[in-house]
Design a protein around this ligand. Sequence first.
Ligand SMILES: Cc1cc2nc3c(=O)[nH]c(=O)nc-3n(C[C@H](O)[C@H](O)[C@H](O)COP(=O)(O)OP(=O)(O)OC[C@H]3O[C@@H](n4cnc5c(N)ncnc54)[C@H](O)[C@@H]3O)c2cc1C
Length: 455
Amino acid sequence: MRRAVVLGGSIAGLLAARVLSDHADEVLVLERDDVAPSGAFGGDREPRPGVPQGTQMHALLDAGRRRIDQWFPGFATELVADGATLADTGSSVHSYLEGSLKVPVDGVEMISATRPFLEAHLRRRVMALDNLRLVNGRVRGLAFTGERVSGVRYAGTGTADEEVLDADLVVDATGRASRIGAWLQEGGWPEPTTRRMHVDLGYATALFRRPEGPHGATLAQSLATLPDGRLRLGTLGRVEGDRWIVLVAGYADDRPGRGIEEFLLRCKEDPAAPFRQLAEDGEPIGEPVSYRHPDNRRRDFHLLDRFPAGLIATGDTLASFNPIYGQGMSSATMHASCLAAYLESGPSLRDPAWSYFKQTRAVVDDAWQTSALNDLKLPHVPGPRPRGFKVASRLSDLIVRASVTDPVIHRRFLEVMHMLSPAKTLMRPGTLMRAARAVRKRNTPAAGAPLNTAA
Ligand SMILES: Cc1cc2nc3c(=O)[nH]c(=O)nc-3n(C[C@H](O)[C@H](O)[C@H](O)COP(=O)(O)OP(=O)(O)OC[C@H]3O[C@@H](n4cnc5c(N)ncnc54)[C@H](O)[C@@H]3O)c2cc1C
């Protein structure tokens, strides 16, 4: 391949660029924010306009951490040396369900750092690749030649003039608001159906100064139902700069408002000890920032019957899930693995990349299943609920309740939540029987709660 152009230089775009650098003479990453090291958004502290979710808590699950470490050896070690936390579910991740601490199990690790910090470190490694170049500009559309995409139309910063970058392969990584449907239509191609699941999730994230956490965790997660039935979610993690990042979340009308007082009140209402402790003696840095996530979405490229050659999509452009499960960045690493497998299979770039879309469909299906099964349990989420939903939902509740006390079930649960095993492994008869025994043995918290949160 002579030249590949990646649209969007966030997590999914950077990972795709890393893969492409093994297959193309030249890789260009076209990004509208000025993320060059000397640019306005090149640092590792400030969230940038193109990634508004960058103000919110982000944790990198084990599946994503492992893959990034393969592409960039020593990546996790480097993050930790710069102040991030590598949290292990055996010793330093404390998960609470209805205020009960789950039994610890070893061997699943996640990274806790702020999102700008994570992205800046990844960008630094990607930009060190010899055949890679960053282009600062805004994508306007695709260029087509015959049955293929032959380039990208874009406007450089500070100019309205349109230029074209020729490419053998274009990768759309512009995120969940991608305009890929409109770009395809402009070229006379059908646009993919976008499926949406309305979840109406409200997030708020605040930073706190970090004297050592007396509760002994480097990362704590809590899922709890208030006496009036409202479901509350919270995560706190040690991050770079000797700080805690703390997230509180709720659904529909129960979304967190503005202001540190309400934020601290929510922490106080959480039955998990670390959150109450934080409410008591935490020292906030500035005000919390809120964020609304209206819906989960996926674009069904695999259902199209016509698609141009020379174009693929990755990351949130393909699917974006309820952020509570923390699957987005790890999904992007899996899409990048699918891209690597596709390119290693020696495909003709004159044909549409159907085999790539087939593989990513399986990855998206799995993450979507985890997220959708749990989101559909929420009464305010409109259906339709698929056939067999009630049974699946009861079985998943059983697993969650058993994971509080049974280390084997907890480990299997964590492996699914960290995207190391497919969701269906939790539905194996042996696992379900063990979970039923564990629940019978102990009086664990009430059913009806969705799976525990990952981030
Ligand atoms: C509140 C919240 C919390 C989350 N927490 C987690 C978490 O804990 N763990 C996790 O793994 N994931 C989390 N995610 C998901 C995660 O943020 C994304 O999955 C991840 O950023 C990968 O997205 P992406 O690279 O596909 O797109 P994005 O990160 O949205 O990036 C899109 C990029 O494209 C650029 N762009 C857009 N349009 C154009 C254009 N026309 N021209 C040029 N450039 C353009 C943007 O500037 C941006 O750089 C969370 C998401 C949200 C909303």
